[in-house]
Ligand binder design. Structure first.
Ligand code: FAD
Ligand code: NAP
Length: 468
């Protein structure tokens, strides 16, 4: 295990530790801890995590067939072994310990609790059985305890609509269409794998409200779906491509490449015997979802066709409804229009901080929220950005906190004992890093017999039982 605690901060350090509470153990929490512990060795980090297990969306969001992305967890594990780091798992701030108590006992509190709710479409039929959020579905196949019991009737559906065309939508489409034999040796949960084997899904439509150039997915991810064995991408409608052709000469390289990948693959014929297909649809917004009446699935979704309004290439492109409607048969619909952050219990009463409901973030200036309170990751930026982006942002906020410390803006109070001041107030059974290592080892052992990197426990009780 590498211990890279550099003594980059060399002015005479005060005797007292700089006690920092980080709420959330996803990439933002860990990258912030890493930068603080490496650059300011006087720091003591207590990382609070609601679940017994760490790593946030790198465990519960990143797709099971993307193991290389989860390699960041190796770095987080190194951070957890730094002197000065303490993991307090199975402890939800706001429920098992009050935010106000953290504020009273730490020099700085860092909000790194991500986005764990959904944006909504707000259209009739959205609450019908057969409508699921991508977040729930992703949580289900990745073993998030909250969604372990999700019952998606994959065996009653041939046509599926996904609303939104970000990379999450592509993950969902890929998992729905993949040959399950390819997923068997990943860390997908056993229950999801077994259920996916019964799927009758043949056609997936990914519906976006704007045009090709506004696609939220990236080229690498769409290529992956294009290259999925025994799955065929239906050709893009000519009208979609015709709309972007005039812009091609002035497009920046990544957009040009994306259009060219889509155009090239739109010319390919469907191979003999390939049954499963997917379609990228553009310039349509769902306006009504119709249930089938069987209490499980849907009948159809009606969309309004949009016109794209963009005076210049540099101005934002807006979708304006044309009044024209189109209806597609579908038995299931996944809403993949983004995750959403919510105010942490006690944010207002305990810290006096108003959550920005419209933007879905904790208002901040470069991560600074209020004296001694900082925000990092998706709760700071909103629910977009890959892990590398989250890392960069977290490092920046950590640097700002270090600057504040050096200037005496934080860290000067004498009566901030950190963990010793709150440990008796915590009402949950704390899971420490050593406990997580036992859960981790048990998951790996369980997975070994099935040829998987791990078989995740999908309930908090199962996780805690390992420790009894
Ligand atoms: P999170 O990862 O969500 O971490 C927040 C943590 O806070 C969680 O562990 C949560 O349990 C905890 N928490 C919440 N409330 C509390 C509380 N009250 N008390 C204590 N703890 C709490 N990026 C890539 O680079 N590659 C990918 O392939 C990729 N795939 C993705 C797939 C999906 C489905 C999604 C949604 C995102 C994906 N991303 C990917 C993006 C990446 O996951 C994010 O950039 C990153 O996880 C954001 O980090 P975060 O720490 O802000 O939030
Ligand atoms: P996203 O990239 O922001 O995409 C959201 C999609 O929802 C967009 O197409 C958006 O369209 C649409 N949308 C939003 N509100 C809508 C509404 N009311 N009606 C219709 N459509 C609506 O979000 P995401 O897919 O959840 O991904 C989140 C982040 O995780 C992204 O940064 C993504 O790159 C990252 N991620 C990365 C990977 C990977 O690297 N493999 C995998 C998964 C996720 P508009 O653009 O028109 O608003």
């Amino acid at each position: 295990m590498r211990h890279r605690v550099a003594a980059a901060y060399s002015t005479a350090a005060p005797a007292q530790p700089f006690n920092v509470a980080i709420i959330g153990s996803g990439p933002a929490g860990f990258y912030t801890a890493l930068r603080l512990l490496e650059r300011l060795p006087v720091t003591r980090v207590d990382m609070f995590e609601a679940l017994p297990v760490p790593f946030g969306l790198s465990r519960f969001g990143v797709a099971p067939d993307h193991p290389e992305v989860k390699a960041c967890q190796d770095r987080f594990t190194e951070v957890a072994h730094y002197p000065g780091f303490n993991y307090i798992g199975n402890t939800e701030v706001g429920r098992d310990v009050a935010l106000a108590d953290l504020k009273a006992n730490y020099h700085a509190v860092i909000l790194a609790y991500g986005s764990h709710k959904d944006r909504l479409l707000g259209i009739p039929g959205e609450n019908s059985p057969g409508v699921f959020s991508a977040r729930e579905f992703v949580g289900w196949y990745n073993g998030l305890p909250e969604h372990a019991g999700l019952d998606v009737p994959l065996d009653m559906a041939e046509d599926v609509t996904i609303v939104g065309n970000g990379n999450v939508a592509l993950d969902v489409a890929r998992i729905l269409l993949a040959d399950t034999s390819r997923l068997k040796s990943t860390d997908i949960t056993e229950h999801a794998y077994e259920k996916l084997k019964t799927s009758k899904i043949k056609r997936v439509r990914i519906a976006a409200r704007r045009g090709i150039l506004q696609s939220a997915f990236t080229t690498k991810e769409v290529r992956e779906l294009i290259n999925e064995p025994n799955v065929y991408m239906n050709p893009l409608k000519d009208e979609y491509l015709d709309q972007v052709r005039p812009f091609l000469p002035v497009l920046e390289r990544t957009r040009k490449r994306l259009v060219s990948v889509l155009e090239k693959n739109s010319k390919l014929a469907r191979p003999e015997g390939v049954e499963k297909t997917w379609t990228l649809d553009y310039l349509i917004s769902p306006i009504e979802i119709k249930a089938s009446g069987n209490g499980k699935t849907l009948e159809s979704t009606t969309f309004e066709v949009n016109n794209l309004v963009q005076p210049e290439l540099s101005s934002p492109a807006r979708a304006i409804g044309s009044g024209q409607h189109v209806t597609f048969k579908n038995e299931l619909l996944f809403r993949s229009i983004g995750y959403k952050s919510v105010p942490l219990e006690g944010l207002h009463t305990g810290l006096g901080v108003e959550f920005d409901q419209a933007r879905g973030i904790v208002p901040n200036t470069d991560g600074r929220v209020a004296p001694g309170v900082y925000a990092v990751g998706w709760v700071k930026t909103g629910p977009t950005g890959v892990i590398a982006h989250t890392m960069g942002e977290s490092f920046e906020v950590a640097e700002n906190l270090i600057d504040d410390y050096k200037q005496g803006i934080v860290g000067t109070e004498q009566n901030r004992p950190g963990f010793s001041g709150i440990k008796d107030k915590i009402t949950s059974r704390i899971v420490g890093w050593g406990d997580w290592e036992k859960i981790d080892a048990a998951e790996k052992t369980k997975g070994l017999s099935e040829g998987k990197p791990r078989e995740k426990f999908t309930s908090v009780d199962e996780m805690l039982n390992v420790l009894e």
